[in-house]
Design a protein around this ligand. Structure first.
Ligand code: HEM
Length: 76
């Protein structure tokens, strides 16, 4: 499994690189194909970050990740 530092992850924000990766509870997910993450923006949130703490602000729970593959892990 690929390990991402927070610095590496930050490039996958849909702008610096076209891919949009999001970390949640130590796992990294690829959100590039999602309509709700276009250009790396998802409501008040941005890709390339660890959004574990921000899930409390969401109107949904974490089953939204179920259909997305884990592509890596946070290194720290
Ligand atoms: C203000 C905060 C947020 C709002 C208003 C919001 C809203 C939504 C809505 C409307 C959807 C699509 C319908 C659904 O599945 O319920 C969705 C999907 C999703 N959300 Fe959020 N969300 C927020 C925060 C977050 C955060 C912090 C994360 C990550 C930790 C996140 C991850 C996801 C994922 C992975 C999906 C599935 C995308 C897809 O199906 O293509 N959301 N969100």
């Amino acid at each position: 499994m690929r390990k991402f530092t927070r610095e590496e992850l930050s490039k996958y924000d849909g702008k610096t690189l076209k891919e949009i990766y999001v970390a949640y509870k130590g796992n990294v997910y690829d959100m590039t194909g999602s309509d709700t993450w276009m250009d790396g923006e998802h409501y008040d949130h941005e890709g390339g970050l660890d959004l574990t703490q921000q899930m409390d602000d969401a109107p949904h729970a974490d089953e939204v990740f179920e259909e997305y593959k884990i592509i890596g892990e946070l290194a720290d």
